[in-house]
Design a protein around this ligand. Sequence first.
Ligand code: SF4
Length: 305
Amino acid sequence: MDDALLQKIAKLKQQRKAVILAHNYQPGEIQDLADFTGDSLGLSIKAAETDAEVVVFCGVLFMAQTAAILSPQKTVLLPAKDAGCPLADMITTEQLRELRAKHPDALVVCYVNSPADVKAESDYCCTSANAVEVVQSLPEDKEIIFVPDQHLGSFVKKRTGRDLILWPGYCSTHVVITENDINSAKARYPDAIVMAHPECTEPVKELSDQILSTGQMLTFVVHSDAKRFIVATENGIIHTLKKKRPDAEFTPASERGICPNMKKITLDKVVASLEDMKYHIKVPEEIRLKAKKSLERMVETLPAT
Ligand code: SF4
């Protein structure tokens, strides 16, 4: 790690009254310099609770938008302008409106991995950790459209027994993990627990011991006695998992489980972001208010903790 660069970031952070957030899939060095690491919604909520004036979101565009939705008074920066999410880009508001027109009475549940304007067109937002609870809370007699991830959707369908109308979106990083990858990792490490993210394909999830969101994986390993885990999600999380359980071994299910967009953030780009206040992510107020509503409806459906 470059100490001079880290000192520069610390100084700039103070000058700008900034907080740095890093998603669990970020490169290790970015996670290590962040004030908070976690999942996209958890980070956006954390940022809203701080008195920082600037939020540097080390992640992808929809995450920075979510932070901007929850913190309109703060300046939200995404250090890499082109860090998008192919899954989020698989649905547009026009496509969602067309689908809605075919099912006018349906409720729309939208995964947080979606653009701000798609959230604004939806009734409820959900995360991979609470999608099952959100769908379960909806009236039995209502049709439900679930966008944009078909694999999270089919997981929710299975867990809830609800007949969801799925959008055919997918995460290009999770779908490259195959059954073969899981079978060969299991053959090498028969004692390991396989943890798969719900964005993985159905056959991969069927071969796994646990289907968990990133946050749930981090909690699960802390409470598990197992000494070895096979991890079927974006490999950046292994950095965080190792910190939680330094005594355990974590093996990626596939070396291909890398999201190129998540790796676009570098230390130099974080410096440039703070120096030049770029790239400022804004969500038009009309869209922001509607998207916030679908996030708030999600929170209202969940049991109090
Ligand atoms: S891992 Fe998948 S869902 Fe997450 S940012 Fe990358 S492409 Fe999008």
